[in-house]
Design a protein around this ligand. Structure first.
Ligand code: NAP
Length: 446
């Protein structure tokens, strides 16, 4: 616990003691608390009023059984989660993750991060996350639908436009949101569009929601580069993952003049020195749901089971999953000349990797700021649902770019104000805290 302000040591100890096995949650809490010393020096009320202690404890945690029948007629039992972390700023809001690695600790770390991220957007949304240890990979459409229907048969009683608004995350894209929304509509007998985001355009979705997280991350990086008198033009970029965030990060980098030379999935990575062929990647991942090894286009090569971070680049965008970029990867990136890292995924860089970047003066943009474009556009989808309106792609993308620009500037001015100029981690953690903590104080002990 070195480095923590003395007022925060007990809070962190309590978090670790209460849920000793939730290591990812501890990591996320520590990373935020570690930035808060200067805030407590200036505003002791946040520690004295127990607001920070409250921020580390979810308002509500729901765990439920999800029974369903597979294509062979065998009953399968999965576990479902929804962690409603903080609703001081608005209805709980955050995605659903379907992946075999999901535990309560994973969902708590994501819900904690989400609270700060949503606060940074300055939109009226609280923080939450949910999901299941269900693995949609290699499941038929029918199996995925039956799983989603069973999942929603419990979840529906906890969500709603004014209560809790889930969206997608790893393993949950528009197909899953469709099945979830269909079951929600059937059970409640209400077309309550604002109860879920990430919907299809023709049934209540927003333009740009699919692209939003990847585009938003790249808008954030573009702003960092502009602040330094640079641009994407001619930059060599490596992206990890080949899912929703990665694909649309690649698309926007290409639009802004950069070249993405590598991307990955959990089986390995592909390097394509001519730049990733985005149409081929979309067809492979969004339509065929294939493996990255099938991305076959000379002179591209597939490297099995190794880290994509061994590919030299100017800019690295980790867009896959938590703790996918460790100290060894960070050292290699630094040695190969990487100067900027922005997290499209949630907490993809280990604490050691972040320390190494800081030490080497590599600009580092944390996920809670850099990937906030997804949830921000979800909030824009909620606005359109509430007003029964739909905006054009251009209008929505302009709003997304403006929001990312504002988050960028807020991080920088806050970091400056609290004595860590240029430190996006400190800026994001402190600015995220202040908005939600002030709301919690205003609402009393609830
Ligand atoms: P997704 O569409 O399911 O894609 C995830 C991608 O990451 C897949 O290509 C997956 O490969 C790959 N991957 C998973 N584990 C990996 C590993 N250990 N090494 C290399 N690649 C790995 O999910 P997503 O929506 O893009 O989400 C990616 C990240 O962004 C997550 O951290 C998520 O929380 C975060 N995020 C998403 C959104 C959003 O709007 N979707 C918003 C904010 C943050 P396999 O197919 O082989 O597993």
């Amino acid at each position: 616990m070195t480095g923590l302000d003395e007022k925060l040591v007990d809070i962190y100890a309590e978090v670790s003691r209460r849920d000793p096995r939730e290591t990812e949650f501890h990591q996320a809490v520590y990373e935020v608390l570690n930035s808060l010393g200067p805030v407590l020096a200036k505003h002791p009320r946040y520690a004295d009023s127990a607001v920070i202690r409250g921020l580390c404890e979810p308002e509500r945690q729901i765990i439920f059984r999800v029974p369903w029948v597979d294509d062979r007629g065998t009953v399968q039992i999965n576990r479902g989660f929804r962690v409603e972390f903080n609703s001081a700023l608005g209805p709980f809001k955050g995605g659903l993750r379907f992946h075999p690695s999901v535990t309560l600790g994973t969902i708590k770390f994501l819900g904690f991060e989400q609270t700060f991220k949503n606060s940074l957007t300055a939109l009226p949304i609280g923080g939450a996350k949910g999901g299941s240890d269900f693995d949609p990979k290699d499941r038929s459409d029918g199996e995925v639908m039956r799983f989603c229907q069973s999942f929603m048969t419990e979840l529906y009683r906890h969500i709603g436009e004014y209560t809790d608004v889930p969206a997608g995350d790893i393993g949950v894209g528009m197909r899953e949101i469709g099945y979830l929304f269909g079951q929600f509509k059937r059970i409640t007998n209400r077309y309550e569009s604002g109860a879920l985001t990430g919907k299809g355009i023709t049934w209540g979705g927003s333009q740009v929601r699919t692209e939003a997280t990847g585009y938003g991350t790249v808008f954030f990086v573009d702003r960092i580069l502009a602040a330094r008198g640079e641009s994407f033009d001619g930059k060599r970029v490596v992206v990890s993952g080949a899912g929703n965030v990665a694909i649309y990060a690649i698309e926007k980098v290409q639009q802004l003049g950069g070249t993405v030379v590598a991307c990955s999935d959990s089986s390995g990575y592909v390097v394509d020195e001519n730049g990733i062929d985005l149409d081929a990647l979309k067809e492979l991942k969004e339509i065929r749901r294939g493996r990255i090894s099938e991305y076959a286009r000379a002179p591209a090569r597939f490297v099995e089971g190794r880290s994509v971070w061994e590919v030299p680049c100017d800019i690295a965008l980790p867009c896959a999953t938590q703790n996918e970029l460790n100290g060894t990867d960070a050292s290699r990136l630094v040695d190969n000349g990487c100067r900027l890292v922005a997290e499209g995924a949630n907490m993809p860089c280990t604490p050691e990797a972040v320390r190494l970047f800081e030490h080497a003066e590599v600009v580092f943009a944390p996920g809670k700021a850099a990937n906030a474009g997804g949830v921000a556009t979800s909030a824009l989808e909620m606005q359109q649902n509430a007003s029964r309106d739909s905006w054009t792609f251009e209008e929505t993308e302009t709003q997304l770019a403006d929001i990312m620009g504002r988050i960028h500037d807020l991080c920088l001015t806050t970091a400056d104000e609290y004595g860590s100029p240029g430190n996006y981690v400190a800026g994001a953690n402190i600015a995220g805290l202040i908005r939600v903590a002030d709301a919690m104080l205003a609402l009393g002990v609830v």
